[in-house]
Design a protein around this ligand. Structure first.
Ligand SMILES: [Fe+2]
Length: 382
């Protein structure tokens, strides 16, 4: 697995969105294509973003045709909007889907053609070499896309979710005021996505002392704050902690993701389940499946999740970690079974075939698995 040097200039704090316009202007940029979705626009979250650009006299156009699990045509529509507007940089305002779509726009607007050309496993240029400048402004706390070198874009003809690589944003602005209006259901799903990033990073055989450091802190922060961020009386304070946690969880995954993502991408691509929900359901099942092999690492993880594991045998701690994931998922009202989100037992063979194409299944997984193993994990989650 190649190493990635993260180089995202990151701004964090309430009101930090006000710095967007001046930062863009001082870099010499003149016209932003703001990529977002209709929900962000109608919730008024875009107002402070556009005001910041206006105050710095940076022109802007808005492209909001991005849906969850963004597709090649949605990205290509953004590239057309970029060209039509005469834009010279991209600003992504939204959750992971929006930021991923904006990454696709930034790469394709720079290199030309359709975004499919730059999708790993689908196009002819799997390692794009350049992109337009990209400012990423998350409005959810989870995906870590603002810090990551990859995007996930769906081919609507095959329903397969492809990675686009080498598309790290230049600047991330993390303003807790922009996540304050996030609905609790989105907070829950994106928070579990962040927990999945950190737990998968922790057991990734390619991990480094640095990715372990980020994963350790992220698991602790998410375990401490996610319930409060979803349905507690101090949502605002907890959301600020979750925005930070999601970002460092994103940094922890720089060595690649694992089997939870490999299996969940298929579920989202085939039946449209939100990414964080699919991950939340599969997270407990993948760790349950590997718990004998991972028990020493899960013993280390246990106290980070609030489990009093001092003196506890490793196999008991591993069981406690799995049940803690299940309780957290239940407390924040996420379904516990894939059958609740529409997957059927007859889907398993096709989903296993799709999942075997995922690099996470083979490279960034704790240990190799067979097709029968993948089928067993899917069935255990039904
Ligand atoms: Fe994820």
């Amino acid at each position: 697995m190649p190493s990635f040097a993260l180089r995202v200039e990151t701004v964090f704090g309430e009101g930090s969105i006000a710095e967007l316009g001046q930062r863009a202007k001082s870099a010499g940029y003149k016209h932003a294509l703001v990529v977002t979705d209709p929900g962000i626009k109608s919730a008024g979250i875009l107002d402070s973003v556009l005001s910041s650009l206006d105050e710095a006299e940076v022109a802007h156009s808005v492209y909001d045709n991005v849906n969850p699990n963004p597709t090649i045509p949605e990205v290509d529509g953004g590239v057309q909007a970029f060209t039509d507007a005469g834009a010279d940089f991209v600003v992504a305002v939204g959750g992971g889907s929006v930021i991923d779509a904006a990454k696709g726009v930034a790469v394709t607007a720079q290199l030309g053609g359709t975004s499919k050309t730059y999708l790993f496993g689908a196009g002819t240029v799997p390692f794009p070499s350049a992109m337009k400048p990209l400012f990423a402004i998350p409005t959810t706390c989870g995906t870590g896309s603002e810090i990551s070198p990859a995007a996930v874009i769906t081919d609507p003809d095959t329903h397969y979710k492809h990675l686009m690589l080498n598309c790290t944003p230049n600047v991330a602005i993390l303003d807790p005021n922009l996540v304050a209006k996030m609905p609790p259901s989105i907070t829950a799903a994106t928070g579990m996505d962040a927990l999945t990033h950190a737990m998968e990073a922790y057991v990734n055989p390619g991990n480094t002392p640095f990715t372990r450091m980020f994963a350790t802190r992220a698991i602790q922060q998410i375990s401490m704050h996610l319930r409060q961020a979803v349905n507690g009386p101090d949502r605002a304070g907890a959301l600020k902690n979750m925005l930070y946690a999601a970002n460092i969880a994103g940094q922890s995954m720089s060595q690649g993701l694992g089997q939870v993502h490999g299996l969940s991408h298929v579920v989202s691509g085939r039946i449209g389940t939100p990414h964080g929900v699919a991950n939340a359901i599969l997270l407990s099942q993948v760790f349950e499946f590997h718990k004998d092999f991972l028990k020493d690492q899960m013993l280390e993880m246990a106290p980070l999740m609030g489990i009093n594991a001092w003196g506890m045998p490793a196999d008991k701690a591993a069981n406690e970690v799995v049940s803690t994931v299940r309780s957290l998922r239940k407390d924040i009202n996420i379904p516990s079974k894939l059958s609740e989100v529409g997957m059927k037992e007859s889907d398993v063979p096709q989903f296993v075939e799709d999942a075997q194409k995922s690099q996470g299944i083979f490279i960034a997984a704790p240990r190799p698995v067979s097709a029968d193993d993948l089928g067993a994990i899917y069935k255990s989650a039904l």
